[in-house]
Design a protein around this ligand. Sequence first.
Ligand code: ATP
Ligand code: MN
Length: 537
Amino acid sequence: MNSNTSITQSIALTEWGIKNSKINYQLAPEILQEKSVENYGGKETDNGTLAVHTGEFTGRSPMDRFIVKDEVTEKLVWWGNINLPFESDKFDALLDKVTSYLDGKELFVRDAYACAHKDYRLKLRVINEYPWSNMFAYNMFIRPEEEELNGFDPEWTVINAPGFMAVPDQDGTRQHNFAILNFSRKIALIGGTGYTGEIKKGIFSALNFILPVYKNTLPMHCSANVGKDGSTAIFFGLSGTGKTTLSTDPNRALIGDDEHGWTEDNEVFNFEGGCYAKVINLDPEGEPEIFNAIRPGAILENVIFKEDNTVDFADTSITQNTRVSYPIYHIDNIKVPSQGKNPKNIFFLTADAFGVLPPISKLTPGQAAYHFISGYTAKVAGTEAGVTEPVPSFSSCFGAPFMPLHPTVYAEMLSKKMKEAGVNVWLVNTGWTGGPYGVGSRMKLKYTRAMITAALDGSLEEANKGNYHVHSMFGLAQPRTCPNVPTEVLSPRKSWNNDKGYYETAEKLRQFFIDNFKQFESEASEEILAGGPPRKL
Ligand code: ATP
Ligand code: MN
């Protein structure tokens, strides 16, 4: 790939009022890394991988994510506490302040694409205050060939100024940091936060509006890979449920680990050109592909070094959300281009910290729609002292923070596509077994992988002869046997060794599901309602 080529073009940013800046256009990642180490706090690991600290923010800040409310968005966006409105005039004023702040500084600019499928491609220009943020953009967006840069006319612009602090009273923000999408001006404006994930999720959120509204394409917060038979598998799930981990499979070619579209021609394509993996407790044996992707070109975020300059993946003293970004070609088995045909299996991943959902179950179309709209996972206590109870977390479409439209828009598109393509849908609990968080343990990765492999190659269906046990409290069809998985693991109740505790906890979770779904009941069909846990037992 063209990482070493030096680019001869230069560009100006005068249209943004930026006249006095040194503009570094399309720098090779090696040079961005050097600059990051020289002047921007970057360090190198023993194998030469760049590591940076993102500053005050080590994760996204959903309460500071706004959408400009204007004639383009007003009637289409699902306004509320996820999609917060921002005034058009306030945006213009804030943009002026940010560009004045950037004017005169050394800047890093990169042109790139989102969307691997040529018919859907979005041309981007990313303007960064810091070189490592620009290197992140190199890793995560799709890299144009040099000749494509001649006269490159970007449609959307990301303006990323982590060092700029907003004044809430004047600027209309909640606090000093913000990430604002303007669909009329086609700008993602990010300030006051250096967390790189805001850059990729800003463009993801833009596409989650553009693709369904203008291109009849379903955008999805999912990973995807393709088997030797050419059939595509899709893995939906909220953060930490295993999208990146499980799609990175040596036996299946990786399409992408986080953001995809499903077209009206039944094709699946990646929006991105790289992966963004969690590295907390990264185990080289359990996840060798990701471990080996951490080499020069990758960027580690918020990790702590040992004395020998290797990384201590167990150290969470900065954050639990330690990450690495790398261009997708750091993984050996990838699909080029990042597109797949013929989706045959969909997995909904959930990390159930209550430990009650079956490790794998097969969903009916109604159940699939119900679970897609619910978007369940659970959060665990983290480091907060004294909190031991798992907390349920429901996020529609397994990605509500990035979905500008009403969840039923995406759910209806998915239902239709699933029926047309005749896909199998599986719910996979990558969370707890043998008891809730604190008592039981996380499902072994090798068992989850074995269950997914068996679902994909048909051996799971065959081993159970299509006869599944229906879970009394969730109505889910659980296989009783699965190749390469001990039988006792397949029944969560048995894994607890405490029927009373199991049923009490299952009832608690069942109620959380029912309460959460009340907000969607009036819009849901009988089929979808019947896909939930029985409302009366
Ligand atoms: P994000 O949307 O934030 O990128 P993600 O869905 O991609 O999240 P992963 O990065 O794959 O989530 O994180 C899953 C984490 O859980 C990894 O750290 C992985 O090692 C760990 N894990 C432990 N057990 C399992 C399991 N049985 N299945 C999947 N992941 C597991
Ligand atoms: Mn991921």
